[in-house]
Design a protein around this ligand. Structure first.
Ligand code: 4HQ
Length: 235
């Protein structure tokens, strides 16, 4: 799977996808990350990509043409029906189900905005969907694009190792369940003991304890996650 990222800060994307699990996935070709520098498509020799807003007001607006040209550059290599996702608080909030859906695509194009935003006309022209990573305000779209890429990439076959993906097998598809508590040596830390069952060697009992702990935790800490998608539609 290829993530094309239209951005003014391509190093943020390269750097953050070059470590740990994503770094390994890039090196092994399980995923491709293609940051495209919008400034390479600037309107003049000064590298201008933003301008003051029509109608006045503070701040700057990203110009339409550098973004459009950067998009055309990608569209020439990408398959033309790849979604173009604008990271924005105006989008639907990213869910595990959405990450699942995106993980089956061959390519996606992510558009990262900065300053006050992007000229509305280029959004109308190229964006197929808007996604938010949560109801708070970022300084730019790059951290949001990285969050989306991380959540999607780990669902792409070959990205997680056997040990890393094992955990997920016990959980059904789209529904997010909180993880059970984890413990490692020593058996007592500041008077706190590891639950006895985990030291018992009884793998049936251990699996049952973890299933229960996971359910109990989800119910207590994030009760809204327990609602099935069907139930959710009823409220
Ligand atoms: N942004 N989820 C880009 C966000 C955001 C979010 C603020 C995106 C600034 C220009 N993006 N604009 N929340 O806060 O995706």
């Amino acid at each position: 799977m290829t993530f094309h990222v239209l951005t003014l800060f391509p190093e943020m994307i390269t750097e953050a996808t070059s470590h740990s699990i994503l770094g390994r996935a890039v090196r092994s070709n399980a995923i491709q990350v293609n940051p495209v520098n919008i400034r390479d498509f600037a309107v003049n020799k000064h590298g201008q990509v933003d301008d003051s807003p029509y109608g006045g007001g503070a701040g700057m607006v990203m110009m339409a043409s550098p973004i459009y040209d950067a998009y055309q550059h990608v569209a020439n290599m990408a398959n033309s029906n790849a979604p173009v996702i604008y990271l924005s608080p105006q989008g639907k909030v990213l869910t595990q189900a959405k990450a699942q859906e995106l993980s089956s695509l061959k390519e996606i194009i992510l558009l990262c905005g900065h300053y006050e935003g992007i000229d509305e006309r280029v959004i109308e022209e190229i964006v197929t969907e808007e996604i938010s990573i949560g109801d708070y305000v970022l300084t730019g779209g790059e951290p949001a694009a990285l969050v989306l890429m991380d959540a999607v990439a780990r669902l792409v076959p070959g990205v997680l190792g056997k040990a890393e993906s094992f955990q997920d097998e016990s959980f059904a598809g789209d529904v997010l369940q909180l993880e059970y508590p984890h413990y490692t040596r020593p058996p007592v830390f500041r008077g706190r003991e590891v639950p006895e069952v985990l030291l018992s060697g009884n793998h049936g009992k251990i699996a049952e304890w973890r299933r229960n702990a996971s359910l109990e935790r989800t119910r207590r800490k994030r009760p809204e996650l327990e609602l099935s998608p069907l139930k959710k539609n009823l409220d």
